[in-house]
Design a protein around this ligand. Structure first.
Ligand SMILES: N[C@@H](CCC(=O)N[C@@H](CS)C(=O)NCC(=O)O)C(=O)O
Length: 341
């Protein structure tokens, strides 16, 4: 038996090494052990992820990470942030450099199935658009025949631009830069006729120029960009945690649970759906390795999905991005919370 065991162990190691199966350590245990969650974010996109004047990271994508941190560690401040250029955002997760990337990242088949990551839940339904200087007189992407277009490397943006140009016989010339800062900087300094990225980021970037009115966001939406946080492939429990925290934030909006009323809702609501979501009845924690209060902590920390959206993109924010497809399903949008039970 001993001899057999000695043979089997190396064989097993070899089989695992060559089959590409990696032993995936539990991210939940890692995060609890180190006492903080490492979030991959942008290099600074107002509304999504950017440090405020005191250096604290804020934004829609940041709040998704804060919600998970509060659910897991009980304190949404226990986080470290890793700013990532577009071309680093996938590998930073697959290599374990960050626990989650929450950074305007489009869920595509290749990224999901081939690049060592798993997407969790769509947090923002976006689409790609164009921006052009107002003085150019361009009011439609169809007028961009032969135009130079500044774009960031490692993005779906670059690929969609080529598709759109070819499909419409526009002969656009992509001018590709490693980072958004360089790409957008080149556009604003006149290096390109137009700039392209996700529609929401166009709205965001336009707030960063001296005279926002001097740039027009063109009406065409040329792609689907379902943006979702991503985790390392193979750690099913961690993926479940992130997925269900986000599902909980979306459901909380549907059921009128807010940061301000979550505690009294838990104590007083007679609605069995709300009682279950907030862990007042049943067991909704042990399936994902947490206690029954995980969603209460998340909502208390960042509010429900609607509160998060309003804070960063709403009518009182700088960006003012209409909810559009990001409305609840009952209001004609695509947000449809998964049942917590
Ligand atoms: N959603 C697209 C585009 C993502 C994106 O974030 N693109 C640029 C915007 S031009 C970017 O890197 N922005 C953030 C940053 O520079 O930190 C994708 O997943 O590839």
């Amino acid at each position: 038996m001993k001899v057999k065991g000695m043979v089997f162990v190396p064989v097993l190691v070899l089989v695992l090494a060559f089959s590409g199966i990696q032993a995936v350590a539990g991210t939940l245990e890692d995060v609890k052990g180190k006492g903080f969650l490492t979030l991959g974010v942008s290099e600074g996109v107002p509304g999504f992820s950017i440090p405020d004047s005191s250096g604290r990271w804020v934004g829609f994508d940041v709040d998704m990470g804060r919600a998970v941190t509060a659910a897991v560690l009980g304190d949404g401040e226990k986080m470290k942030f890793v700013p990532l250029a577009s071309k680093q955002k996938i590998v930073a997760v697959s290599s374990g450099q960050v626990d989650i990337t929450s950074r305007t990242t489009t869920w595509t088949m290749k990224r999901d199935a081939k690049q060592g990551v798993d997407f969790t839940t769509i947090v923002f339904y976006d689409g790609q658009g164009f921006m052009a200087p107002k003085k150019s007189g361009v009011t439609s992407a169809k007028q961009l025949d032969g135009a130079t277009v500044c774009v960031t490397a490692g993005t779906t943006t670059e690929l969609n631009l080529a598709d759109y140009s070819r499909a419409n016989g526009l002969n656009m010339e992509a001018v590709v830069f490693d980072g958004k800062k360089e790409a957008f900087g080149a556009y604003t300094s006149g290096r390109c006729d137009a700039f392209t990225t996700d529609f929401s980021q166009l709205a965001s970037l336009r707030t960063t120029v001296a005279d926002p009115e001097s740039h027009t966001i063109l009406p065409e939406i040329i792609s689907k960009e379902p943006l979702a946080p991503l985790v390392r492939h193979g750690d099913n429990q961690w993926k479940d945690i992130v997925t269900w925290v986000i599902a909980g934030l979306i459901g909380a909006e549907e059921y009128g649970i807010t940061a301000a009323n979550v505690i009294s809702m838990k104590e007083k609501s007679k609605n069995p759906v709300i009682q279950r979501m907030l862990g007042a009845t049943g067991d909704v924690g042990s399936f994902i390795g947490l206690d029954n209060d995980w969603l209460v902590r998340a909502i208390k920390t960042v509010g429900n999905y609607g509160e998060i959206y309003e804070r960063h993109f709403g009518s009182k924010s700088k960006l003012k991005i209409p909810r559009g497809l990001n409305k609840q399903w009952k209001d004609g949008g695509l947000l449809y919370a998964l049942p917590i039970r």
